[in-house]
Design a protein around this ligand. Structure first.
Ligand code: 5RP
Length: 216
């Protein structure tokens, strides 16, 4: 089965988690795009969505799904998002699409985080996919030097500006043995806005194709 077909299957399966009358947290990316298309079919049954990016907001609004402010709706029942890598404990690398900050906020604000991926995203050890880190522009070099001291290879995603007006460093060459510890450590560097490691708040369920994989 093609990767796109697997993404679509996972997105369709995630629709089963949507409860009537609720506000749904919506991630960003090509897998989530399939989820939004599916959510359009349920739009009369939900109150609306909280969106993690301008890109997803456009697609949601295009389908006539109300996009709501997280501050106005409070904690969410469900957040559905994709990932760039996923380990057996449902810890993730995210941010390939640059939306990691809003994604992390919504994941944290949600009771249940359902992650939808295709098989190629499964790894034993996180880090083959370069780890995205959103930084305040003036701190780019400072953060890059701190990462280099930790044996990472930071590469500035030149030209990319996040929805929050910040920049992204992609860190190569890290085999991440302790995702929770690394996430906490990186969060301490001044100028780091968000680390694309979703380890402290991992996904509750990961759907690969139409299979729901339990956390190891
Ligand atoms: C965006 C993300 C996406 O979830 C991640 O990049 C996966 O995208 P796709 O579904 O297109 O493979 O974290 O910031």
């Amino acid at each position: 089965m093609s990767r796109d077909a697997q993404k679509k299957l996972a997105a369709e399966k995630a629709l089963e988690f949507v409860e009537d009358g609720t506000v749904v947290g919506v991630g960003t990316g090509s897998t989530v795009a399939f989820f939004i298309d599916g959510l359009a079919r349920l739009k009369g049954r939900i109150e609306g969505a909280v969106s993690s990016s301008e890109q997803s907001t456009r697609q949601l609004k295009g389908h006539g799904i109300p996009v709501l402010d997280l501050n106005a709706v409070g904690p969410l029942k469900l957040y559905v998002d994709g990932a760039d890598e996923c380990d057996p404990w449902n810890r993730l690398i995210k941010g390939g699409g640059g939306a990691l900050t809003r994604e992390k906020i919504i994941a944290q604000a949600s009771e249940r985080f359902v992650c939808i991926i295709d098989e190629a995203k499964q790894v034993e050890l996180l880090g083959k996919f370069p780890l995205p880190i959103e930084v305040i522009p003036m701190a780019r070099s400072l953060v890059a030097r701190a990462i280099a001291e930790m044996d990472g290879q930071p590469v500035w995603r030149e030209g990319a500006v996040t929805d929050n007006g910040n920049w992204i460093l992609d860190v190569y060459n890290w085999r991440i043995q302790d995702p929770v510890g690394l996430e906490a450590k990186l969060n301490q560097i001044p100028g780091v806005v968000t680390v694309g490691l979703f380890a402290a708040r991992a996904a509750d369920e990961v759907i690969i194709g139409d299979r729901i994989r339990p956390r190891r």
